[in-house]
Ligand binder design. Structure first.
Ligand code: IPM
Ligand code: MN
Length: 360
């Protein structure tokens, strides 16, 4: 019996609904495959927890998670209209990303059969892009400050931090990922035309790392024109590596191009497994949808799929991906974001049913 310890954070907004859906899928996998067990410990760290305690998580939250011996963390979206976003995000998600050195944010953006893209001419080639986002520093380093608040001479500084070690490791991850998953091209997303220090450095490191992977083709794209390329020629985009903020922006674009924010998953990885990695849909907490049972659970379920792959459960991961693909291809069950009227519950049931059918 394989046993995995998961820390589960339903978090905010539609989080509890999509996380419940994800856990239902895990239960179904256990039921169908006997040999695996996912022990989920739930944590109520969230905006509601903030309202109760004045913090998003206990002061020793990271230590608690470390002591828990978790194999992975599964999290719902974080953010509430009642609390400034920088408080909720720095209070939980960003602290975990940094504290657990989850330096890669892996974001596949694949147009699945049966899902409509807003692009008029999607081209003959399937859209299959992978964003590898630096997740530990850069624009999100959290370095800076404000002086003379409220005064006419107020100063606000948000410093961008690029280190050689962090830049190198995320680029190496991108090339390794490309090699291991049969991708041919790694695109360096940059802005070295205007940012003559950090981004020129970023390009140099990219060249140095690329030289160690002679079989992988590379190219370079300025981030602004990358948005145009993703829209006009998405079939030319394969794996790309981007800084923290650029990757954040491009992955929302990628999610929209591949059908819906309601489908897009992500993995915050510590590839060396010194710390647990965190899996989370990239969409927000969507307070307008809360309690209506209309949120698309696929982004969170697909994140579970990425978790299974990272945990080495290759077969379960393949089966879950197949189930997601089947449900979307058959188009019988579609949530609101996909132009349908199905509920969260119906979508989850459909995925579980597809798993069951495939297991027979
Ligand atoms: C994401 C989110 C976060 C980010 C926010 C909520 C801090 O947008 O995971 O893409 O910018 O990384
Ligand atoms: Mn984002």
């Amino acid at each position: 019996m394989k046993h995995f310890n998961l820390a589960v954070f339903p978090a905010d907004g539609i989080g509890p609904e999509v996380i419940a859906a994800s856990q239902q899928v895990l239960r179904k996998l256990e039921q169908l495959h006997g040999g695996v067990r996912f022990a989920c410990r739930e944590f109520d760290w969230s905006s509601a927890y903030y309202h109760k305690t004045g913090a998003m998580m206990p002061a020793d939250g990271l230590q608690q998670l470390e002591a828990g011996g978790f194999d992975a963390l599964l999290m719902g979206p974080v953010g509430s209209p009642a609390i400034p976003d920088h408080i909720t995000l720095w209070g939980l998600l960003l602290t975990i990303r940094q504290g657990f050195d989850q330096y890669v944010n892996l974001r596949p953006m694949r147009l699945l059969t049966g899902v409509a893209t807003p692009l008029r001419n999607p081209g003959q080639h399937p859209i299959n892009m992978v964003c590898i986002r630096e997740n530990s520093e850069g624009e999100y380093a959290g370095v800076g400050g404000r002086l003379h608040q409220g005064k006419a001479w107020e100063v606000a500084i948000q410093s961008i931090v690029f280190t050689r070690s962090a830049t190198e490791r995320v680029m190496r991850f991108a090339f390794d990922y490309a090699q291991q998953h049969g991708h041919r091209l790694v695109t360096n997303v940059t802005k070295s035309n205007s940012m003559q220090h950090n981004m020129v450095f970023w390009d140099e490191v990219f060249q140095q790392v690329a030289a160690q992977y002679p079989t992988v083709a590379t190219d370079q794209q300025l981030v602004d024109s990358m948005t145009a390329r993703m829209v006009s020629q998405p079939e030319t985009v394969d794996v790309f590596v981007a800084s923290n903020l650029f990757g954040d922006i491009l992955s929302d674009l990628g999610a929209a191009l591949t059908g819906s924010m309601g489908l897009a998953p992500s993995a915050n990885l510590n590839p060396e497994r010194q710390y647990p990695s965190l899996f989370q849909a990239i969409h927000g907490s969507a307070f307008s949808l809360v309690g209506k049972n209309v949120a698309n659970p696929i982004a969170s379920i697909w994140s579970v799929q990425m978790m299974l792959a990272f945990l080495g459960e290759t077969q379960l991961a393949a089966q879950l991906m197949h189930a997601i693909e089947t449900v979307l291809r058959e188009q019988c069950v579609r949530t609101r974001d996909l132009g349908g009227t199905s509920s969260t519950t119906e979508m989850t049931k459909a995925v579980c049913q597809a798993l069951e059918t495939a297991a027979r």
